[in-house]
Design a protein around this ligand. Structure first.
Ligand SMILES: Cc1cc2nc3c(=O)[nH]c(=O)nc-3n(C[C@H](O)[C@H](O)[C@H](O)COP(=O)(O)OP(=O)(O)OC[C@H]3O[C@@H](n4cnc5c(N)ncnc54)[C@H](O)[C@@H]3O)c2cc1C
Length: 428
């Protein structure tokens, strides 16, 4: 199989989109109303929303459009954030938590609107199920469902084991919380579609243009190896790869590795027999399993959190064994490919969006839940730049503490925490 785009991490996603011509790197000095660092969903969404409002926008991307988490993820677009609403309530009280949750519903609506309005073809499918593997998780999910229905007016369905069995051919789960409004998509195709939409409105995207320094001030400047952009406003959307551009952001997120495997095509009939309604599925453990079918009838199966910068040894075998635990009927199938990337988790798993200075904005801390929320983040930042910061103000009321141990020690502390949560998933 030939790789369509050698600059992306090797994945089924990179193989299944047409190769994109390389956009020229930044060369020389230029000016913009807004300069965006990072061409993942967050940066591209901000650029698109700003261009819709008539701003001149330049995007600087270290590698390729969608090279980061946005081009590699599980493709599960889910209403809400990386933390549950009870955590939001603890952080900002019920009234603001309700407002934030409603914003996330707006984010899902925005995603679907953009797919239709800009004709972004990324294999959207409706439906998402959160599935418990034990009684403790089932109690938690059922309580969450009642709370979302009663206090957040958000309708979800509960399926018992038998009802779930009509849709999902796995013996592993004891029920499901089904969300008809969430769904799944082809992540890299979505990122490329956002870039095309933004460029159609005049946004300039420079690839292979890592930002080496940010000079803050009344007219901030971003410097690359071969050029500089000065702008009225800056949007930092670099996820876990910032590396010194804004240390106060980096200390508040922990990069955690998560991985995905893709089977060979299973054929329409065999694939559909696994997930009959074509929904996305995720369990609710700490190192969760998440899976869905691709448009060409593969099973895409993700999971296994890791604190290391290196991919775990024997990744394809690891992902194959995890898949067999969920679908024993695939014992004759092994992963054809496996890849991974970082999620940017905050201590409380709540989103970390705001302003570093009056003209430097950022959004990070999607905590593994960014496919839908990133679109919202970009739109909320664009609004704030345009002078309407009411929505961003609510996000800024969420307090975020740095990880203990700083950049060097935060990883060993996370390892201890992850071991504890994994043990808890097994024992309780
Ligand atoms: C394996 C995996 C599976 C996931 N599965 C899901 C899922 O199923 N559902 C879900 O909701 N979320 C999931 N996520 C999380 C989701 O993908 C992210 O939250 C989302 O893509 C973040 O988008 P972003 O634009 O903020 O960051 P990214 O997509 O990472 O983009 C950041 C960009 O900034 C660029 N950059 C960084 N530093 C610089 C610099 N100095 N100069 C220039 N450019 C720079 C990077 O090259 C990168 O392209 C998953 C993540 C991973 C890794």
């Amino acid at each position: 199989m030939s790789r369509a785009d050698p600059d992306h991490v090797a994945s089924w996603y990179a193989d299944s989109v047409p190769a994109q011509p390389l956009r020229p790197a930044l060369a020389g000095d230029c000016h913009a109303d807004v300069c965006v660092l990072g061409a993942g969903y967050t940066g591209l969404s901000a650029a698109l929303s700003l261009a819709e409002r008539g701003y001149r926008v330049v995007v600087l991307e270290a590698r390729r459009v969608g090279w980061g988490a946005s081009g590699r993820n599980g493709g599960q677009a889910i209403v809400g954030y990386g933390c549950e609403v009870d955590m939001l309530e603890r952080l900002v009280g019920h009234a603001d938590a309700r407002v934030l949750f409603d914003f996330s519903r707006d984010g899902m609506a925005l995603l679907k609107h953009r797919l239709a309005h800009y004709a972004i073809h990324c294999d959207w499918r409706d439906g998402h199920a959160s599935v418990p593997i034990n009684a403790r998780q089932e109690r938690g999910l059922r309580a969450g469902l009642v709370e979302l229905a009663q206090r957040y007016d958000y309708p979800l369905q509960w399926w018992d084991r038998q009802q779930l069995g009509q849709h999902l051919a796995s013996p592993r789960y004891c029920g499901a919380m089904f969300d008809a409004a969430s769904g799944h998509l082809h992540p890299l195709a979505y990122a490329q579609g956002l870039a095309r939409a933004a460029e159609g409105l005049g946004v300039t995207v420079h690839e292979q243009s890592p930002v080496l320094a940010l000079a803050r001030g009344p007219r901030p400047q971003l410097r690359t190896a071969h050029g500089r952009v000065s702008a009225e406003h800056v949007v930092i959307a670099g996820n876990a790869w910032l590396q010194g551009i804004a240390p106060e952001l980096e200390s508040r997120i922990m990069p955690v590795g998560t991985y995905i495997g893709a089977t060979p095509p299973l054929g329409a009939e065999r694939a559909r027999a696994l997930i009959r309604n074509d929904m996305a599925v995720a369990d609710v453990s700490w190192a969760l399993d998440y899976f869905r079918l691709s448009a060409d009838h593969r099973l895409l199966f993700g999971g296994r959190a890791s604190y290391s910068a290196l991919p775990p040894p024997g990744l394809r075998g690891v992902m194959t064994r995890r898949m067999h635990a969920v679908f024993p009927q695939l014992k004759d199938v092994a992963m054809e490919q496996a890849w991974g990337g970082y999620v940017d988790i905050t201590r409380n798993r709540a989103p970390h969006w705001g302003r570093l200075t009056p003209n430097v904005y950022f959004a990070q801390g999607f905590s593994g839940h960014g496919v839908a929320a990133t679109g919202l983040a970009g739109a909320v930042i664009a609004e704030a730049i345009a002078g309407q910061s009411q929505r961003l103000d609510v996000f800024e009321r969420i307090a975020h503490r740095p990880f203990p141990g700083g950049r060097l020690l935060r990883t060993p502390l996370l390892v201890a925490a992850m071991s504890w949560y994994k043990l808890r998933d097994v024992l309780w």
